[in-house]
Design a protein. Structure first.
Length: 140
């Protein structure tokens, strides 16, 4: 039988990060489910009509973009009223959850004057934001 001494100690910052990540994951999953239901039930119109999908599914990316005039990069945000793009909101939310978690734990480190961890959090935030921005992408 495990004694209390055998239980791992969970720090305040671990608990906060986990709590925020759990909330973010659950809300992201809810966004995905709601957007999928809205798409399948036709509550939101499709950007690319369902009947066109079999014709364009096997196209290269370049041909697909030419035929559908689909947005590239962050331009998808303007299309979230379409069911086939609404799901990307949930995906973007899930991919950004760690940003909120890092922001949530930084005050804990700052109160402790643990500047090394504050800087690590800032560096991680910068890396993720630069990656998401697409400014380092290589052509199209």
């Amino acid at each position: 039988m495990n004694s209390p001494e055998d239980q791992p100690v969970i720090s305040v910052e671990q608990q906060r990060y986990a709590t925020w990540l759990n909330w973010g994951m659950r809300s992201g999953l809810a966004l995905l489910v709601v957007s999928f239901i809205a798409y399948v039930l036709g509550w939101l119109p499709a950007f690319v009509p369902l009947e066109d999908l079999p014709k364009i599914w096997g196209l290269s990316t370049t041909e697909y973009l030419q035929q559908t005039h689909a947005p590239t990069g962050w331009d998808w945000l303007a299309q979230t009223a379409h069911g086939d793009y609404a799901g990307l909101v949930g995906i973007a939310w899930l991919s950004g959850c760690s940003l909120l978690c890092l922001l949530a734990i930084m005050p804990i480190y700052a109160r402790r004057k643990d500047w090394a961890f504050v800087m690590i959090c800032i560096a991680a935030l910068i890396v993720q934001l630069v990656a998401a921005s697409g400014i380092l992408s290589s052509g199209q």
